[in-house]
Design a binder for this molecule. Structure first.
Ligand code: B1M
Length: 209
């Protein structure tokens, strides 16, 4: 019998080999790919997110769990595609112009992927037009921006404005060490999240999911 509880637990521990083995076993036992994803992998990642938010675990543990999640997703991808399981929505994510910090952004990416979203990463030092072009091309529902420098934060406002000017209909969310809820309000962003786990909650709220 496929053990999705054990799969969740292995993911929480970041045991990549065990996660890969249990994912393969569940596929071999013909467990529905959506069930493996939701009740095994996403369920485990939700626990990781909660513990990270509560400061019970830290960045290295999250990165290790995320690495295990990626290994499982690579194994599960063909079955998910064959079963027509679609991601909840597409999120375009990047670190804004002038800013090279990407550790937080990558954590956000992993958490969003773990939350069942498709992430299109435009990288670091991304000018406003790069966000706009990616949102158009990918028909994104959400545009997510990260900034770690007080000097680059203002580019978030430029992205919000460029999206409005382009007529692309996307929700926006911002985050990063110097960013606040008040700043999000000031620049007209739809959401703000203080950490990667909360970013999943905020994106889902913005999507009404
Ligand atoms: Co830089 N750096 N850095 N740096 N760096 C900081 C940010 C700084 C606070 C250090 C300091 O002076 N105490 C300072 C900023 C000061 C300020 O503006 N207020 C600083 C500076 C000044 C600089 C340079 C200008 C230094 C120089 O060259 N003179 C330079 C700028 C380069 C550039 O970007 N143009 C620079 C360079 C670098 C490195 C390249 C060496 C390296 C980055 C490597 C990389 O990212 N690949 C680096 C690092 C590592 C840091 C510190 C030490 C760590 C940042 C980090 O990764 N934290 C940082 C000091 C510190 O924070 N202790 C510092 C871990 C990460 C998980 O946290 O990114 O905050 P964080 O992400 C969190 C949340 O913020 C949130 O979720 C994440 C996890 O929960 N979050 C979001 C992030 N994005 C989000 C998006 C969301 C939602 C939540 O929605 C979309």
């Amino acid at each position: 019998m496929a053990n999705l509880q054990a799969l969740s637990e292995a993911l929480i521990k970041g045991d990549r080999n065990k996660v890969a083995e249990l994912t393969k076993a569940a596929i071999a036992e013909k467990v529905a790919p959506r069930e493996i994803l939701e009740n095994g992998l996403i369920a485990g990642m939700n626990v990781v997110g909660k513990r990270f938010k509560a400061n019970e675990i830290y960045v290295p543990e999250v990165l290790i769990a995320a690495r295990a999640m990626h290994a499982a997703l690579a194994i599960l991808k063909p079955s998910l595609e064959a079963a027509g399981v679609k991601p909840l929505a597409t999120v375009v994510l990047g670190t804004v112009k002038g800013d090279l910090h990407d550790i937080g952004k990558n954590l956000v990416s992993m958490m969003l992927t773990g939350g069942g979203l498709k992430v299109v990463d435009v990288g670091t030092d991304a000018p406003p037009q790069k966000f706009v072009d990616a949102c158009k091309k990918e028909a994104a529902a959400v545009c997510a921006m990260s900034a770690l420098l007080t000097t680059t934060m203002p580019y978030m406002k430029d992205v919000v404005q460029a999206l409005k000017d382009s007529g692309v209909k996307v929700k926006t969310i911002i985050g990063g060490a110097p960013v606040t809820q008040a700043y999000a309000k000031e620049i007209g962003a739809d959401g703000y999240a203080p950490d990667a786990a909360s970013a999943v909650d905020v994106v889902k709220q913005l999507l009404g999911a």
